[in-house]
Design a protein around this ligand. Structure first.
Ligand code: SUG
Length: 448
């Protein structure tokens, strides 16, 4: 049976803007209030999706969410017509207005955690939307993420969908951004690495001092229980609190794994040796391939350069014959230390044999690199056949979506535009058409 890893990239929504909403995320804060270009953001994302499709990889599209979230504003006491709600919120609570406008669902590495059927006791692919409790603007995502995922993976014979974890910081869950899976082949049993920032119920354990640890150990355990994983297929590791305090708000900003490779910065984890021994042992029980821990030392690339360039927020993709390519943001080419490192990496004896650079600057300026933009779903042939075919990238879908973006998206968006009621109408019109293109049915609050 054939087996694949499909990447589902978030299509950037029509209200993409820079609102400085994410404390602990350096790019989000430093570009706060700059003007954005929703049109170029969406097109940059589509280019990356098309390029991966052209490389022969399975590539899909995950639809954006309805923004502004006017229901959230109503829940917070604003009332009247849509236009009057926007006007009142712009005057009384401009930060809240910016938050309910965020197009942050584009970072689909935070949409959910996904476990492939080969790891689950019931042999189904499991999905748990991330509750994203740590940031208000992101906590608005899980319900709709769940509906969109169900519309993409609807066959109950193959796919199991869970409700997001309780909406509380004790179970703070940021999804696949803190989850990596190792395996010999995608369809074979693997080892799932869950990475957390702190223990919620044990304050004696280490935690960052300056920036929030968004994801808890308790959330990792809960997702692994929901997904019916056995201990022999799971490893938990804690992120180094010091790097969280340097702007590493998700583990995918400091490490990335695929199949038999873990590419990481030496300061990424706590108790590294113990965790890696466990990975090595558990991996050896499921695959006879050699495991490669590719360490980047601080004297090769500093944590600061890793955060600026997003060296580890890259995708490691399988290009056949045991080889992998790194899908990197252009910022990795522009940073001399990182570029030199990547050139050297290609000469080493590891599966990583190619680097491809992409311009995803619109997303990068909010702290979202190539890996943030994608949700990985390992599927066997039958599961791929059971997936909604309309969300899978093709030459035709690429053209249709570019035309759709040209028709509905603005070239520029500034903070002042957020009070414009036309933006609500434009956004809903675009999304309504999109649900027809992708045949998702009714997934948005305005459609329910
Ligand atoms: O949650 N930025 C996102 C970036 C998410 C990146 N995802 C991964 N690393 N997987 C976040 O901090 C900024 C929005 C703003 O400031 O307008 C934002 O939400």
């Amino acid at each position: 049976m054939k087996q694949f890893e499909a990447n589902f990239d978030g299509l950037v929504g029509p209200t993409h803007n820079y609102a400085g909403l994410s404390i602990g995320n350096v790019a989000s804060l430093s570009n706060a209030k700059d003007t954005s270009s929703p049109k170029s953001a969406a097109k940059q994302g589509l280019q990356k999706m098309k390029a991966l499709h052209d490389m022969g990889l399975k590539q899909g599209v995950l639809a954006p969410q309805e923004r502004p979230d006017l229901n959230a504003l109503r829940r917070l006491g604003f009332s009247g017509s849509d236009a009057s709600i926007l006007e009142q919120a712009a005057k009384k609570a401009p930060q809240v207005l910016r938050a309910v406008y965020s197009a942050s669902s584009m970072w689909t590495a935070n949409a959910a955690t996904v476990s492939p059927s080969a790891d689950a006791r019931d042999n189904k692919v499991h999905f748990t939307p991330a509750n994203l409790t740590n940031k208000f603007h992101r906590s608005l995502e899980p319900e709709t993420s769940g509906r969109i995922l169900k519309a993409m993976f609807s066959d109950e014979q193959h796919f199991a969908h869970h409700q997001h974890l309780p909406d509380n910081d004790h179970f703070g869950d940021e999804g696949a951004a803190n989850h990596t899976r190792f395996c010999g082949e995608y369809g074979q049993e693997g080892v799932e690495l869950f990475v957390y920032g702190r223990h919620a119920f044990d304050s004696s354990k280490p935690a960052p001092a300056k920036f929030p640890a968004r994801h808890t150990f308790e959330a990792c355990e809960a997702v692994s229980r929901l997904h019916q994983l056995d201990d022999k297929n799971v490893v938990y590791m804690q992120q180094n609190p010091d790097v969280i305090d340097q702007g590493v708000f998700h583990n995918d900003v400091i490490s990335v794994g695929n199949q038999n490779v873990l590419f990481y910065h030496e300061q990424a984890f706590l108790n590294t040796e113990q965790g890696f021994n466990e990975i090595q042992q558990k991996f050896a029980a499921v695959s006879d391939k050699d495991f490669h821990f590719i360490k980047v030392a601080n004297n090769q690339v500093t944590v600061e350069d890793a955060v600026k360039s997003y060296l580890f927020n890259t995708q490691l993709v399988d290009i056949g014959n045991g080889q992998m390519a790194i899908i990197a943001p252009m910022e990795c080419k522009e940073n001399t230390a990182v570029h030199n490192y990547l050139n050297e990496l290609l000469t080493l004896n590891t599966p990583v044999q190619q680097v491809h650079y992409f311009d995803v600057k619109q997303s990068m300026r909010n702290g979202g690199g190539p890996a943030c933009l994608r949700l990985r779903v390992a599927l066997n042939e039958q599961e791929l056949a059971a997936t909604n075919p309309n969300v899978l990238m093709s030459d035709q879908l690429f053209t249709t979506l570019n035309t759709w973006v040209d028709k509905h998206y603005r070239d520029v968006l500034s903070e002042d535009d957020l009070r414009d009621p036309n933006l609500v109408v434009e956004s809903r019109t675009a999304l309504d058409e999109l649900t027809q293109i992708l045949k998702l049915g009714s997934v948005y609050p305005f459609q329910l």
